[in-house]
Design a protein around this ligand. Sequence first.
Ligand SMILES: *Cc1c(COP(=O)(O)O)cnc(C)c1O
Length: 411
Amino acid sequence: MIKTKPTGPIPSGYQALDGELAIGGRKASELVAENGSPLFVYSSGRLDARMRQLRAAMPDALDLHYAMKANPFQPLLRHMVDLADGIDIASGGEMRMALAAGAAPEHISFAGPGKRDEELEQAIAAGVTINIESPSECERALKIGAVLDRKPRLAIRVNPDFDLKGSGMKMGGGAKPFGMDIDLVAPTVKRILDAGADWRGFHIFAGSQALSADAIIETQAQTLELAGRLATMIGQAPDHVNLGGGFGIPYFPGDEQLDIAKVGKALGKQLEHLPDILSSTRFAIELGRYLVGEAGVYLTRIVDRKESQGQTFLVTDGGLHHQLAASGNFGTVVRRNYPAAIANRFEEEPSETVSIVGCLCTPLDRLSDNAAMPKAGVGDIVAIFCAGAYGATASPATFLGQGPARELLVD
Ligand SMILES: *Cc1c(COP(=O)(O)O)cnc(C)c1O
C-alpha cells in the first residue's frame, strides 16, 4: 500500500460547474480548449473580493500597496493598479511595466539591492520614489539627480533589528543585503536633506508568508516603534512609512487562513496611539501573494498515465518550469503538496493515490506527491491552486526548451 500524502487546502470559493472546476464562471476544460495547456488563469472577481475584504479589515487611513513581483502579468497588473493605493517595484523592468499599466509615478516605490545607475536615472526622471538600500546607493542617486536637474524622491529602506516570526522568508533581524542598518539611517537622511532632495520616509520590511496574526501584530508594533525612534533621532517626521507586509496564504496541509480582522483591529489601535512625531505620517503595507496568490489556478493536461513498481504517475504537459514553488524547489526545506485537483472531475470523490509529475526530465519535477485523486487519465486536466503569485515569472520557463505558459485574466 502506498501511503497517501495530504494536499494543501483548496482556497474557499472555487466551485463546480457541470462537475468541473469553474474559474470566473468558466469551466476548466473550456478554458484549456480555447487557450491551450498549460495555462494560468487569474480571476479578477477574486482579486476584487480579496481587496474588499482587506480594506474592510484594515484601518481606513492605511494605504494598501501591491508588490508586483508576485505577478506582473499586464492585464492583472492593470487591474491591481486600479485596486491598490500604490505599486511596489523591484527593478527598472517592473517600473516600465507599472507605468505601462497606468500607475502614477508618485504611487510607485522602488526597492531592491543592486539598482543600476540606469535604473536610478529612469526612476528619478519619472518621479518614482526610491527606497535607498545603502549610503553609497544614496550618493549615486543624489549625483544622478544633480545631473538630471531633478529632485529625487528618496525613502530609506531600514534593515530592522527584528524579524517576522514564523515567516517563510526572513528579510530582517541580522546581517542582510536589504536596507541599511539602523545606525546608518539618521546620517543618510541628513545627507538627503542637506542635498536638497525630497526625503519621503522609511520602508521597513521584516518578512514574508506569515499565517500567524499575533506574529504580524508584534512585527507591526516593533516597526512603528522603530519608525518613531528613527524619526526622533533625525528630529523630523517622515511623510510616509511603509510597514512592510508579510501576510501569508495557506499552501500546505494544516495551514490556516491569516486572521486579518485581528491584524486590522490591532493595527488600528496602534495607529491611534502613535508617538507625537508620527502624528501626521501616512502608513502603508505592501502585499504580494496575499492579494493575488489565491486568485490564480494553473491548469495542465495529462498526457500520459503510467505505472512503476506499483505506483501510478499522471504525467502532465506542465511542470516546475511554470510552477517551481509547487514542485517544492523555491525556498522550501521539506517538499509538501500544494492544493491540487483533477479540474474536470472536481466533484468526484478521490479513489486512488497518484503522483502528478511534469514533463521535464528531472526527478525534481513533481507537482503532487502520492495524492488522493479521483481516477484520471490522458486528456484530463490537473489544477494546481495558489498559482496567482510566484508562478509564471518565478519559474525557469525556458528550462529544457519548454517556454512559457499562456496566462489569462477572466471574470
Ligand atoms: C517580495 C516582497 C514583497 C511581497 O512579498 P509577499 O510575500 O508576496 O507579500 C513585499 N515587499 C518586499 C520588499 C518584497 O521584497
